[in-house]
Design a protein around this ligand. Structure first.
Ligand code: GDP
Length: 199
């Protein structure tokens, strides 16, 4: 695994880091397992855990940029799931996400994480729409696979493939490490290597 290095946080394009590496956006509602995934692929050598910025409750919503290894970068998007948010916060979130997705020239794909026991719903669909509109490749990682039996996992994968209408739906467990390396390899092979960002 490669080193994950926190770079900076930003809301507006003027504050994004330079476009010197391909980027992969990581999204998911709060509690989906986004931070755990980023931590599980990071070789953090005992350093402070990554993705901690998004964990602070009540803070401004931000895009958090992390260089991963030598050749690409993850962009941790703030958790969504609107039930507990005000209309103003939803508007700010949508604007920030849509601005990033529609303007970022080095963005190579978006990874959506969701708990495998959840249903695909409007929030997920909205993100998929943003991506389709901007021609951004999209995949889904179904998290917490360790919590389910093999049949339930298989059924969840099939169900989400059908409701999301996408084939690239993978099962992972940040707890056991199952599927995590494979997911990172998929991202690297499909989105980074093909864009010329060799490792
Ligand atoms: P985030 O809000 O999307 O960043 O979610 P976190 O990574 O903080 O995870 C939310 C909760 O789910 C935490 O209690 C994690 O320990 C737990 N969790 C995350 N991934 C897994 C997993 O693969 N297996 C299990 N059993 N728990 C997980």
């Amino acid at each position: 695994m490669s080193e994950m290095k926190y770079l900076r946080s930003a809301v507006f394009p003027a504050d994004y880091p330079p476009t010197d590496r391909p980027e992969v956006a990581v999204a998911g509602r709060s509690n989906a397992g986004k931070s755990s995934f980023l931590n599980s692929i990071a070789d953090d050598k005992g350093k402070k855990k990554v993705a901690y910025v998004s964990q602070m409750p009540g803070k401004t919503i931000l895009l958090n940029f992390f260089d991963f290894g030598k050749h690409y970068r993850f962009v941790d998007m703030p958790g969504y799931g609107f039930a507990a948010r005000s209309a103003d916060e939803i508007a700010d979130w949508s604007k920030m996400i849509e601005t990033y997705l529609s303007t970022r020239e080095n963005l190579k794909g978006l990874v959506l994480l969701m708990d495998l026991r959840r249903q695909w719903d409007e929030d997920e669909e909205m993100l998929k729409r943003f991506c389709n509109k901007n021609n951004i490749p999209f995949c889904v990682l179904l998290t917490k696979a360790d919590k389910c039996k093999p049949k339930e996992r298989f059924d969840a994968q099939k169900r989400i493939r059908q409701s999301a209408q996408i084939a690239d739906v993978f099962l992972i467990s940040s707890q056991t490490g199952e599927g995590v390396k494979e997911a990172e390899t998929f991202i690297y092979r499909e989105w980074i290597l093909t864009s010329g960002g060799a490792r």
